[in-house]
Design a protein around this ligand. Sequence first.
Ligand SMILES: [Zn+2]
Length: 328
Amino acid sequence: MDENDIRPKFLEIEHKKVIKNDVMWLKEKQKNFSLVCCPSCGSNNYKYLYKKYFLTQVLCKDCNTQFVNPRPTEKILKEFYSRSVNYEFFAKNIFSRTEEVRLKKIFMPRAKYLSKKIDTKGKTLLEIGAAYGFFVEAVKKLKLFKKIIAVEPTPDLAAKLRKKNNLVVIEKAYENIVMKEKVDVVANFEVIEHLYNPKKFLKWCYDITKPNGCIFLTCPNISGFETTVLGKFSTSVDHEHLNMFNPNSISLLLKNVGFKFIEVTTPGKLDVDLVRSALDKKNIKSNALGGFLQQLYKENNTKKLKQFQNFLSSSGESSHMMILAYKK
Ligand SMILES: [Zn+2]
């Protein structure tokens, strides 16, 4: 899988325009942003890194979480996502074109990983931010879980999810849901980096999980290969990602809300390709990579680059991470 498989390159210019529109909308609300402490460890000991778009990125000196500070409040974010032209663009142009590859290369492996880790027979899964239902689809294909609940506050997406069989759809933001029963597995993918208050969200997840249940999530890893090499030019650093954890800081946060036995893996597959793309676009200079990487990219040996990506993924150094944590 490369970047073009999930974000077609011919849509890039159009995509940039819609992002600009969203960024401008946020910028107008700037005076109402609020200052926060580190979203992982709660420390107030952070340093200024750089600005991207107009947002200030800071780094926690205690746990190395990178975060946007000051940041849009919960109220601003709610309005932002309900009118985001970027989300609309993704729905119409990107997800529809990349559905098959996303299911096969991203969501099936996630579902398979989960099925190897836990016994899902007779159990209940709740996914927050089920969106297009890729994970729901993957889980169904593998015949995992007895009951699946999909939480999706966006009306259009919720309507699509309702068309799927044997699926309970809750069209609400998680804060407004009162669960009558606890669930065995809470899943959420690429959700936590968008939130104003990730700890509050994880606490909610913890509270609705049965004893011996678990949480399963994915998010960017700010200390991975691509995010480290590209810094502010990483596509992970954007106006939507307010919290950029690393394996240690996400573990710390999960521990703080009560989860135990935290397993972090980095199955990301795009690091090598994203760095190449940044070189092609001249976002970074080749000599900034250092001699070793410069040679690797110059040589352009497909097999070797693939092996390098496999090394990054298997050694915990990819910029996309997956976490499983238990309530015991
Ligand atoms: Zn911290």
